[in-house]
Design a protein around this ligand. Structure first.
Ligand code: FNR
Length: 382
């Protein structure tokens, strides 16, 4: 059954890359209820069909923090992107820049900030995790500033890594796990050649000078657990905001109370997210969480949303529910793993087309035209 390009790319990626890498991207926490609901709940959001409104001209363009975007989509930070294609972060960032949308570089990327930032002609966004060593965090932020990054995405829903059973089964995590081991056992020669695992070592580029970094990414998951800081609170974020100076987006908000705290803190934006179902299983899908959060804070800061977005129709649904922009996680990783930069560029083109069809049929000429009024509500059906 073909549901979307992302679904097709998922199948192709599964054949192409080693199982431990496929499951690292594809899997979620515990029994993966939230992971599934992210996709299912979003698919249930109904749009109104409107007709005969002269939809001959239509624009997907929007703006965030003074930055123009060809459509309300950005690529989400995904750790180890550079394991899915050779210098994978650079390839994905090029595809994003080519389409006119932002790319977000993860703290735990393979390619370092300066390599990715200098490969594209629009500023990339940088995502920061809370590391125990605050001095090192400053150091990373300084590097991001020096590379021309303006927008900081600060991820707050991972004080500890979620329990991901697939990683334990695949050998990605656990006592006998570790990426080096997995690489040695890699059974996908074409992938190994393309990614170049026999050439340049796969460091975590941004933390390669961090004390205690895993050698060649060995025990990556355990390393995350040892170095992320569960003591973090809103108060700790203050120095980061002062130090950074530019737009700061808090990623991992799922509750209206936390969204209001983000406004009080003075954040420029939030990402409504459950980390793609990778952290606490059983929490609501983003599709369910977003409307109440939009009611609470729409207009006070920028609202971004992710988790479960697989096609252009999903983007339109999120925007209609109150998102100013949407992040793509797994969707672009599947495309990157299958066909590199060209795969991601193709996926973004399809999303553009799908958005245009959906907006035409729902009577929205611009992104600003999409809102609660575009949605079918129970009341309207009666
Ligand atoms: C992630 N995500 C993530 N988020 C973040 O802030 N920093 C990171 O390093 C990572 N790493 C990461 C790795 C992998 C393999 C995945 C799938 C996800 C979460 C990501 O930014 C985003 O919130 C989700 O991927 C959104 O859900 P979908 O689009 O994958 O359903």
């Amino acid at each position: 059954m073909i549901i979307s390009a992302a679904t097709d790319y998922r199948q192709a990626a599964k054949r192409r890359i080693p199982p431990f890498l496929f499951h690292y991207a594809d899997g979620g926490a515990y029994a993966e209820h939230t992971l599934r609901r992210n996709v299912e709940d979003l698919g249930e959001i109904g749009l109104r069909q409107r007709v005969l409104k002269d939809m001959s001209s239509l624009s997907l363009e929007t703006e965030l923090f003074g930055e123009s975007m060809a459509m309300p989509v950005a690529l989400a930070p995904v750790g180890l992107t550079g394991m899915y294609a050779r210098r994978g972060e650079v390839q994905a960032a090029r595809a994003a820049a080519g389409k006119g949308i932002p790319f977000t570089l993860s703290t735990v990327s393979v390619c370092p900030i300066h390599e990715v930032a200098s490969a594209v002609d629009r500023p990339i966004w940088f995502q920061l995790y809370v590391l125990k060593d605050r001095g090192f965090m400053k150091h990373v932020l300084e590097r991001a500033k020096a590379a021309g990054v303006k927008t900081l995405v600060f991820t707050v829903d991972m004080p500890v890594p979620g329990a991901r059973y697939r990683d334990a089964h695949s050998g990605m995590s656990g006592k006998h796990g570790g990426i080096r081991r997995m690489l040695q056992a890699a059974t996908r020669p074409r992938w190994a050649w393309d990614v170049g695992i026999h050439g340049r070592p796969h460091d975590l580029g941004n933390v390669s000078d961090y004390r205690g970094q895993p050698t060649e990414l060995e025990d990556y998951i355990a390393w995350l657990g040892n170095n992320f800081d569960p003591s973090i609170s809103w108060k700790d974020l203050e120095w980061i905001r002062e130090f950074w100076g530019g737009p700061m987006i808090i990623k991992g908000i799922l509750d209206p109370e936390d969204a209001r705290d983000a406004v009080r803190f003075g954040a420029d934006g939030i990402v409504v997210s459950n980390h793609g179902g990778r952290q606490l299983d059983g929490v609501p899908s983003s599709a369910r969480a977003l409307p109440a959060i939009a009611d609470a804070v729409k207009g006070d800061l920028a609202i971004l949303a992710d988790s479960g977005v697989r096609n252009g129709l999903d983007v339109v649904r999120m925007v209609a529910m109150g998102a100013d922009s949407v992040l793509l996680g797994r969707a672009f990783i599947y495309a990157l793993a299958t066909a590199g930069e060209a795969g991601v560029a193709h996926l973004l083109e399809l999303i553009d087309k799908e958005m245009r069809v959906a907006m035409t049929l729902t009577g929205a000429r611009t992104i600003a035209d999409l809102g609660p009024d575009s949605l079918v509500t129970e009341a309207r059906l009666r």
